[in-house]
Write a protein that binds this ligand. Structure first.
Ligand SMILES: Cc1ncc(COP(=O)(O)O)c(C=O)c1O
Length: 288
């Protein structure tokens, strides 16, 4: 028998089999909500402020009435971590809530549904030991608000599954103008002649927290990084390609479509930045 995990649901802590929501919840009916995934290592929640700030911006954008209190969320995260495991990232989902039936528009008194639970554990530095992965590129047919961490992920899901069907672990998305903006579940970076490049923030990409941390670490360590549009030509002619996300850390890419990058090996700039990223987390955890 597997042990039941604890779930936070609308101010209550309950066992997962009891954590149920209404069939009229607008998250279920319309994907009317937003989410966050926050990394947790050795019992400590990382970059909480940054994730909650993004969540509040997303909630405000959707005009959901919910105000985030950081210390309450620290308590919720701690409780889930101590019940469910010290290396399990926290998933938070906030939907607009439900009314008595299905209507596209909603009234002024609707109350949000707030859920948080633990995801399967991840190992700190796991990305350092993984061999470079294969990615493919596909036309980005998602909506025009990809900067919102919306639970409406059907576009991402279909594209990612198409990648999986040909053995690709991630799909990089190409806009109509030829710019490659991000992955279905990650941001990305390339390296050319020791210059690190990543697409700039816009409505076409999620402002990844890992991306933000990487940019800050590169600046602090005097590595050359520019935020600039990247097309297919630049991508396949780059010396290195990496992906970033809260659960992936920084993953090196060895194949893009049919092009082998850096002989299929992880590159030296990736090694440096991935080490900086993991060392930074270790410092945050151990307070050094
Ligand atoms: C589409 C997309 N882009 C980028 C990211 C990376 O964001 P973060 O670094 O905040 O995990 C994610 C993470 O889930 C994502 O879904």
């Amino acid at each position: 028998m597997t042990t039941e995990r604890l779930v936070y649901l609308n101010d209550n802590y309950i066992q997962e089999h009891q954590a149920t929501i209404s069939v009229y919840d607008r998250g279920f009916l319309f994907a009317d909500g937003v989410y966050e995934v926050i990394p947790v290592y050795e019992g400590q929640v990382l970059f909480l402020h940054e994730h909650l700030q993004r969540l509040q911006q997303n909630i405000d954008y959707l005009k959901i009435k919910y105000s985030i209190n950081t210390s309450s969320w620290q308590t919720i995260c701690n409780k889930l971590i101590s019940s469910n495991g010290p290396d399990c990232p926290i998933y938070i989902q906030i939907t607009r809530g439900c009314e008595s039936t299905r209507n596209h528009d909603y009234g002024p008194n609707i109350k949000p549904t707030v859920v948080a639970y633990s995801l399967p554990p991840i190992k700190l530095g796991g990305s350092l030991n993984n061999s470079p992965i294969k990615v493919i590129t596909l036309q980005d047919n998602r909506w025009n608000h990809c900067n919102i961490k919306s639970i409406a992920l059907l576009g991402n899901i279909l594209l990612r599954q198409e990648g999986k069907s040909v053995g690709a672990e991630e799909v990089l998305l190409v806009r109509e103008n030829g710019c490659i903006v991000e992955g279905t579940t990650s941001n990305y970076f390339i390296v050319k002649d020791n210059v690190i490049k990543t697409p700039p923030l816009s409505n076409e990409i999620l402002p990844g927290i890992t991306r933000q941390i990487i940019i800050a670490l590169c600046k602090k360590n005097n590595l050359r990084l520019i935020e600039t549009n990247i097309d297919n030509e630049q991508l396949i002619n780059s010396d290195e390609v990496w992906l970033s996300s809260s659960t992936k850390e920084i993953r090196s890419v060895g194949i893009v479509n049919d092009t082998i990058i850096n002989n299929g090996k992880a590159g030296p700039v990736w090694q440096k930045v991935a080490n900086l990223y993991i060392d930074n987390i270790k410092q945050l955890i151990h307070g050094k």
